[in-house]
Design a protein around this ligand. Structure first.
Ligand code: GDP
Ligand code: MG
Length: 162
């Protein structure tokens, strides 16, 4: 059976951009407006000879209530159905309370999580990933979903977790 890798995080952090980068084509819908709730969408993906399912999600909503009612959300379902999770955060926004709440839900899921700090578009921005060690989710991988920077290293680790 092929492993299922779910991509989760707040709206607008770049989940769909990352999914498109991994697929090598523009399939997932990228939106400039945050908070547009969409269903989870599953794609057939391949990395370094490994086939897997890649699941894009609409994103966990920002407020506490949204998070608590997230039991029924597509992001929650995606995590439950996954073998491993890529948790995407936004370096340009920094660490948010919602990120912390998502960490709690991910811990409860018991699934292996790889932390991707997105929107680090050049080497000069690398330092921005460091603050995300605070999430206690292990090494924060600096990536630029837009330019592809760091995505290979992230996938190597994510594939190992499948
Ligand atoms: P999602 O809501 O998490 O799926 O986020 P999207 O993939 O729709 O992206 C939201 C916005 O962030 C879009 O305007 C993207 O172009 C932008 N974005 C995504 N990845 C990057 C990145 O690596 N660098 C920069 N600078 N912008 C990005
Ligand atoms: Mg999206």
């Amino acid at each position: 059976p092929v492993g299922v890798l779910a991509v989760v995080g707040r709206p607008n952090v770049g989940k769909s951009t990352l999914v498109n980068r991994i697929l090598g084509r523009r399939v997932a819908v990228v939106e400039d407006t945050p908070g547009v709730t969409r269903d989870r969408v599953s794609y057939d993906a391949e990395w370094a000879g490994n086939d897997f399912k890649l699941v894009d999600t609409g994103g966990w909503e920002a407020d506490v209530e949204g998070i608590e009612s997230a039991i029924a959300s597509q992001a929650q379902v995606a995590v439950q159905l996954s073998d491993a999770v890529v948790f995407v955060v936004d370096a340009q926004v920094g660490l948010t309370d919602t990120d912390q709440r998502i960490v709690k839900l991910l811990r409860e899921s018991g699934k292996p999580v790889v932390l991707a700090v997105n929107k680090i578009d050049d080497a000069a921005g690398e330092y921005m990933s460091a603050e995300f060690w605070k999430l206690g989710m292990g090494e924060p991988y600096a990536i630029s979903a837009m330019h592809g920077r760091g995505v290979g290293d992230l996938l190597d680790v994510a594939i190992e977790a499948l």
